[in-house]
Design a binder for this molecule. Structure first.
Ligand SMILES: Cc1cc2nc3c(=O)[nH]c(=O)nc-3n(C[C@H](O)[C@H](O)[C@H](O)COP(=O)(O)O)c2cc1C
Length: 265
């Protein structure tokens, strides 16, 4: 059997959760491809299962996943394929696994699982009420992710559908709101919210090279942003000099989940 874990990640959480899905599936003899949607540009064919994951932004999944599915995953090329959707998130409201499920169902595929996973927050410097995780909470969070994936996948192998139940009204409201913000705020997120302290910046271009949507350039000896931002936060946390400012303020960087979760718990 052939599966793909298809993910978008800004700071690694969604990839780390995807790796847990991969580990489970390999245990039951699936061949599993890990596909980063920002690096892949070919049609996918003959898959039995797709696991699709994104970070949560504005309570829903990131829209680049919808665009990827439209472009590269058709029912014709994958007649037997079923889907499981997931999101990682931080502070309670997450509907992206469900809005993604709705989107995929509308494309004629069966969705057999959908779940949101609380992960360490990569946006604590914006949400001051949700501070950076301490070590003990971090460990427990990783354990919950692992158990959550195992539980979901056990249902899948038992032939059961496990879809997280959440308020349909709130889901639809957040979805409508996020379509609006996608065009008005998120694509301009870097331009509106981020600056680079030019005294600290060493012009190393790590942010330029690692931006998943080629939204950053070094021009006139200054880091500059275009309007293709995915608001993923990677540039903020990856800068080796911590030269980025969010809302004009410096912050402590998120270090991410440094190893596969199966090695850390
Ligand atoms: C711009 C932005 C918006 C976010 N919005 C939400 C949100 O609405 N709800 C939430 O729980 N977490 C939110 N988060 C936190 C991320 O979803 C969370 O840290 C996620 O696990 C990051 O995944 P990644 O490491 O794969 O990029 C937001 C993060 C960013 C950068």
């Amino acid at each position: 059997m052939k599966a793909a874990v298809i993910y978008f990640t800004g700071t690694g959480n969604t990839l780390r959760v995807g790796e847990v899905f991969k580990a489970y599936l390999e245990n039951i003899a699936y061949n599993v491809d890990m596909i980063d949607i920002t690096k892949h540009s070919r049609n996918l064919k003959d898959y039995d299962l797709f696991i699709t994951g994104t970070p949560t932004q504005n309570s829903v999944s990131t829209f680049n996943m919808n665009d990827f599915i439209i472009k590269y995953i058709s029912k014709k090329n994958n007649p037997k394929a079923r889907f499981i959707t997931y999101v990682t998130h931080s502070w309670g409201t997450a509907f992206g696994h469900l809005t993604l499920k709705d989107f995929i169902s509308r494309r004629g595929f069966e969705v057999v699982g959908a779940r949101a996973f609380i992960a360490p927050n990569n946006f604590y410097m914006f949400r001051k009420d949700e501070p950076k995780f301490e070590e003990k909470k971090f460990q427990q969070t990783l354990r919950n992710i692992y158990d959550g994936v195992w539980n979901l996948m056990k249902s899948f192998t038992d032939g059961q559908v496990q879809i997280d139940q959440r308020s349909m009204l709130k889901k639809n409201l957040w979805y409508a709101r996020s379509i609006f913000t996608k065009y008005t705020v998120f694509s301009r997120f870097a331009k509106m919210m981020i600056k680079v302290d030019s005294d600290k910046c060493s012009k190393c271009k790590v942010c330029v090279n690692k931006c998943p949507n080629n939204n950053i350039v070094l021009s006139n000896n200054r880091i500059q942003f275009s309007n293709q931002c995915l608001a993923c936060g990677r540039c903020l946390h990856i800068c080796p000099k911590n030269a980025y400012l969010l809302s004009n303020k410096p912050f402590e960087q998120y270090e991410g989940i440094k190893k596969p979760i199966v090695e850390l718990i």
